[in-house]
Ligand binder design. Structure first.
Ligand code: ZN
Ligand code: ZN
Length: 395
């Protein structure tokens, strides 16, 4: 068997991949509503001869590409969902679905996944092992990975390793981020309700002001990261919402504070919450208010295992060259963390930013990514898969 040149194969399929990506971009669908997208995915995988299962985790699709010889099962995961954002771009393939937009690049991931499947399906006869393609719905905070795990994506066959990637505009096109250990944070959200006693703005001494108490709580929470967390560790405590009152001259009876905690480590996460609860309770008490706090865990940290990370890193070096591999982490989150809690794997980032039209952050109404990054991502994913299931000496 001649050694495949996956960069060349991805380049050959670039126009087709761009056309697919722009079609998905025009027709974005929210989490668990990806019916059009998953229908196209299932049709293409069927055409390529994969064994396809629909409806795994509602709108998820699984495609099995079984090699002629036995070997490991490698899960390749791609997410498909869009976000509830009104697109403000001025390119020709703007979203046709009002208020819904592919503002994270999952349109690219879906077409990259289909392109990897197309490339690898040519090698089925030489493959020793199985590639399991996981096209996931609802990555954006709705638990799509969890739904697919509950639907059995990690069974029959159970994967030996799991790989996933994200096009990433904070990283310039031409670079790839691969790092062993934690690479994305665990995420949770909290709501603190501060209860006071409403009254007339002209008679504050007759009321108990929850806005004042809430403002002190928010200020105090800023000290957790700066005063309680070891400077060598990474934790984020951010308040994103503070709601209270209705008008100028009425002291409301309660205020609501909403925020998020991010970390790479569950114990640190719990510590941050112990401190949030302590501070909010005691600060409220100082102002004669009471609080109620609720927390919801969103995702586990994404932690890359040593062996799959070495495989991906080697593939990235083969495709990109050593000098373009960057080690970098982010406090963003990903529900791939749930898959990697059960299966050792690697999550990596394909640099997709440029100074022209691809400089907006993910989730921005003008978000776009450098489409050439899809060549890098497809070539690295195919190469990594090949490093597991295609071996020169078995041809
Ligand atoms: Zn996103
Ligand atoms: Zn994303």
């Amino acid at each position: 068997m001649t050694r495949p040149d996956f960069r060349h194969e991805a380049e050959t399929l670039f126009d087709e991949m761009v056309a697919m990506r722009r079609d998905f971009h025009r027709h974005p669908e929210l989490g668990f509503q990806e019916t059009r997208t998953s229908r196209i995915v299932a049709e293409r995988l069927n055409e390529l001869g994969l064994e396809v299962q629909n409806g795994i985790g509602q709108t998820g699709v699984v495609g099995l590409l079984e090699g002629a010889k036995p070997g490991p099962t490698i899960l390749l995961r791609f997410d498909m969902d869009a976000l509830p954002i009104q697109e403000e771009s001025d390119h020709a393939y703007i979203s046709q679905n009002g208020g819904v937009m592919h503002a994270c690049g999952h349109d690219g991931h879906t077409s990259m996944g289909l392109t990897v499947a197309k490339i690898m399906s040519q090698y089925q006869a030489q493959m020793a092992g199985t590639l399991k393609f996981m096209f996931q719905p609802a990555e954006e905070g709705l638990g799509g990975a969890f739904a697919m795990i509950a639907g059995g994506v990690l069974r029959d066959p159970k994967p030996d390793a799991a790989l996933a990637m994200h096009v990433w505009t904070p990283e310039p096109f031409g670079n790839v981020r691969v790092v062993e250990g934690p690479c994305m944070a665990s995420s949770s959200v909290f709501t603190i309700t501060v209860q006071g006693k409403g009254g007339h703005g002209a008679a504050p001494h007759m009321a108990i002001d929850p806005i004042l108490a809430g403002a002190h709580i928010i200020t105090a929470l800023q000290s957790i990261v700066s005063r309680n967390v070891n400077p060598q560790d990474s934790v984020v405590v951010s308040i994103g919402q503070f709601d209270a009152g209705t008008t100028f001259n009425v002291i409301p009876d309660r205020a609501v504070i909403k925020g998020t905690v991010r970390s790479y480590n569950e114990e640190l996460h719990r510590q941050a919450y112990r401190r949030i609860l302590e501070m909010a309770t005691d600060m409220a008490k100082a102002f004669h208010c009471t609080i109620n706090m609720e927390t919801i865990a969103i995702v586990a940290a994404v932690v890359n295992a040593p062996e799959p990370t070495a495989v991906v890193r080697n593939a990235a070096v083969q495709i990109m060259g050593e000098e373009n591999i960057v080690e970098h982490r982010t406090m963003a989150s990903e529900d791939m963390g749930y898959v990697l809690e059960e299966i050792p794997g690697c999550y990596f980032f394909i640099g997709a930013g440029n100074d022209a039209e691809c400089s907006y952050p993910h989730h921005h109404p003008k978000f776009n990514f450098d489409e050439r990054a899809m060549i890098d991502g497809v070539a690295i994913m195919a190469q990594a898969a090949a490093n597991y299931v295609l071996h020169d000496n078995e041809s």
